[in-house]
Design a protein around this ligand. Sequence first.
Ligand SMILES: NC(=O)c1ccc[n+]([C@@H]2O[C@H](COP(=O)([O-])OP(=O)(O)OC[C@H]3O[C@@H](n4cnc5c(N)ncnc54)[C@H](OP(=O)(O)O)[C@@H]3O)[C@@H](O)[C@H]2O)c1
Length: 303
Amino acid sequence: MKIVLAGATGFIGRKLIQSLIADEHQVVILTRHPAKAAHTFGPSVQTLQWDARSSGDWFTAVDGADAVINLTGESLAAKRWDETQKQLLLSSRIESTRVIVWAIEKASVRPSVLINASAVGYYGDVPDDTVTENYPASNDFLGILSEQWEDEAYHAVRLGIRVVCLRIGIVLGGGGGALEKMILPFKFFVGGPLGSGKQWFPWIHRDDVIGSIRFVLVNEKITGAVNLTSPNPVTMNDFCKTLGRVMGRPSIMRVPGFVLKLAVGEFAQFLLAGQKAVPDKLLKNKYQFLYSDLEKALRNIRV
Ligand SMILES: NC(=O)c1ccc[n+]([C@@H]2O[C@H](COP(=O)([O-])OP(=O)(O)OC[C@H]3O[C@@H](n4cnc5c(N)ncnc54)[C@H](OP(=O)(O)O)[C@@H]3O)[C@@H](O)[C@H]2O)c1
């Protein structure tokens, strides 16, 4: 398949590229830093420049592609969430998705599927319910952002394209992501849960993110929102206990919510919230998870 990937130089995309190349797919990536990406990925990947919001020569790559996968977005943890940063979190997702849909519209031969990132932040803080893809969006910042992000992607439906929005949970993998930040205090024997620890922690191993993206890519029955979370979400308390056990470190230094708010501002709301999100659609379509058990996943990552 010819696959156009945007936002592919990040924590998820880097591994996805490796997996697609290994299976000899033709991969074209859209990036703001093409020279750096070309150096990283080598000649088996075609690298094109875009600014994630405007049309350009890259439109021609979408014409005749089989699929477009968009993982673009300013990292939630990049900076403190002042109004300018919140605007960037929003615009980097909305504008990149909008311009991709525009490129699809302009193509004389359109791809058959658009797979667009979204996040379990769509659901907001859900203390009790089990959250499948039918659960409504929250009206907090990330809920509104995610709903608008998905709405942009769904504009491609009227172009006759299959659209899948990946409501991604907390991705666990080596060399980046949430885990890299979480293991640091554990290394120094000061690890522990954030806030009450009772909030749900909808984790997923990065290999299953890649596996399920590839599953969705070829499974034409799957449309709309798809939760990318493990079948066994745990609470923050249980996550930290398991992480401590795997690392041979205690998990006793709880970080109170008010300290977190002082330290990271509004981003704390995201860290203190959670959802018992389950991958209902993936399971119904018989996706076989590589890692359903948290301890096995963490041992594989060698934290
Ligand atoms: N990792 C997780 O736990 C997780 C959880 C839920 C949802 N997600 C979502 O899944 C997607 C991929 O996640 P990830 O962890 O791989 O992300 P990441 O490592 O932060 O990478 C995202 C990519 O987006 C591009 N990008 C970053 N800031 C941008 C900006 N201001 N404007 C335009 N493009 C920008 C970058 O590509 P270039 O520099 O090449 O242009 C970057 O490589 C993101 O949309 C993220 O919100 C991730």
